[in-house]
Write a protein that binds this ligand. Structure first.
Ligand code: FMN
Length: 187
């Protein structure tokens, strides 16, 4: 593993006076998946549940790759691993629910991420929309979407979702995923 100094970054010539000094980036060229997963995990995210009715049964998976994309037209995206066995089922659904999980929903996140935990929705409060999206009760926000486009991206697919209906409960604080751990916002 090689390291490089961050000369010219924080504290370098011309840097604004309020940047901290003495914290040159510790860089590494190690891009193997485990190392990369650790660095990607330094980016804190929310946690969502992707879910829909498929053949009359709720099908779902946890996804932290949710990103709002466009206001007009209304688009959001998620990334689905090529190894996911749930995504190929979900993508068949006419409508797909995205629930932004609340700070108390770590258990739901774990359950919906566990392969072999069947029935995956056991004990979870879920609701279906008329069009067949599945939304989790107790979440902080909801999107009722359809798949607009899928773009191959390495070992994942970037899935662009068109938003049709939304909901929000501003009193629900979000669940946060960071460095492989669930966290809640302080304050
Ligand atoms: C916090 C968290 C975030 C996740 N985010 C994603 C994601 O964005 N995309 C993805 O494909 N899988 C993600 N997963 C993995 C899936 O939720 C799930 O483990 C996997 O899809 C289950 O396997 P299956 O698809 O074969 O049922 C995440 C898991 C956890 C615990």
């Amino acid at each position: 593993m090689s390291a490089a100094t961050g000369a010219g970054l924080a504290g370098g010539p011309g840097a604004p006076a309020d940047l901290p000094t003495g914290h040159a980036p510790a860089l590494a060229r190690n891009l193997d998946p485990l190392a990369l997963r650790r660095v990607f995990g330094a980016f804190p995210t929310g946690v969502t549940a992707l879910a829909a009715l498929v053949d009359g049964e709720p099908v779902g998976m946890t996804a932290s790759s949710f990103v709002p994309v466009s206001l007009d037209p209304p688009l959001v995206s998620v990334c689905a691993a090529l190894t996911s066995t749930t995504w190929p089922r979900l993508r068949r659904a006419h409508r797909l629910g995205v629930s932004v999980l609340g700070g108390t929903q770590e258990g739901a996140s774990r359950q919906l991420a566990t392969r072999g935990a069947e029935p995956r929705f056991a004990g979870l409060e879920w609701h279906r929309t008329d069009e067949g999206a599945v939304l989790l009760g107790g979440a902080g926000a909801w999107f009722d979407c359809s798949v607009e486009q899928e773009i191959g991206a390495g070992d994942h697919r970037i899935v662009l979702l068109r938003v049709h209906v939304t909901g929000i409960d501003p009193h629900v604080p979000p669940l946060v995923f960071h460095a492989g751990r669930y966290r809640r916002l302080a304050g």
